[in-house]
Design a protein around this ligand. Structure first.
Ligand code: ATP
Ligand code: MG
Length: 179
């Protein structure tokens, strides 16, 4: 757990909240988010199965200027994919099938986190204690009675340059119909 200078645990702050009426809106939000991300950003994409995490990641890749033909949907499951992008490298990981935290070391997960690219991780919440203080927590949730809608929230701890992260996300908020 991360603490403030007085030793008290830091409370996460919600920096953004959005209604995404359909899959297209999620993609567009991802594109806008990808445009304000910078090298070193890490994102935990959380939400239930089918919430739209991969859909969002694809939008983020587009916003980061990953070449469109580089995003190959492999028929076999991959834990990690990496793509060249505006900020160097975009890493997209899915930890759903990772059995135990120790397997993160075999995967090179901690090297990737510190490699200076942009990192988006699905199911990182399975290994919550490995989140960095600077990680943006992006939560997607289904909406009752609206099968194609999702709510999206972005949370961060007030640690490690959070003012910069919040300012970049606020810029995104101005351009989009977020609440
Ligand atoms: N508003 C929405 N945002 C995102 N996806 C949506 C939305 N409405 C419907 N969908 C559909 O929901 C599905 C989301 O699939 P996706 O693979 O992105 O989910 P996921 O969260 O990555 O699932 P998993 O946990 O299995 O990896 C897609 O088929 C998409 O078309
Ligand atoms: Mg997925």
């Amino acid at each position: 757990m991360t603490h403030d200078p007085t030793g008290a645990p830091l409370e996460p702050l919600r920096v953004l909240s959005c209604d995404l009426p359909d899959a297209g809106a999620t993609h567009e939000f991802g594109v806008a988010l990808g445009r304000v991300l910078v090298a070193g950003d890490t994102l935990a994409l959380v939400g239930p199965l089918g919430a739209g995490k991969t859909h969002l990641a694809r939008g983020i890749a587009a916003g980061l200027e990953v070449p469109s033909d580089a995003w190959i949907t492999s028929p076999t499951f991959t834990l990690m994919a990496q793509f060249p992008c505006r900020e160097g490298t975009f890493y997209h990981l899915d930890l759903y099938r990772l059995g135990h935290e120790s397997a993160l070391w075999e995967l090179g997960f901690f090297d990737v986190l510190h490699a200076g690219g942009v990192v988006a991780v699905e199911w990182w919440d399975h290994f919550l204690d490995t989140l960095l203080p600077s990680t943006l927590l992006v939560k997607l949730a289904p909406v009752p009675d609206r099968p194609d809608a999702r709510t999206l929230e972005i949370w961060t701890l007030p640690a490690d340059g959070w003012e910069d992260r919040a300012a970049r996300l606020r810029r995104l908020r101005l351009d989009d119909p977020c609440i």
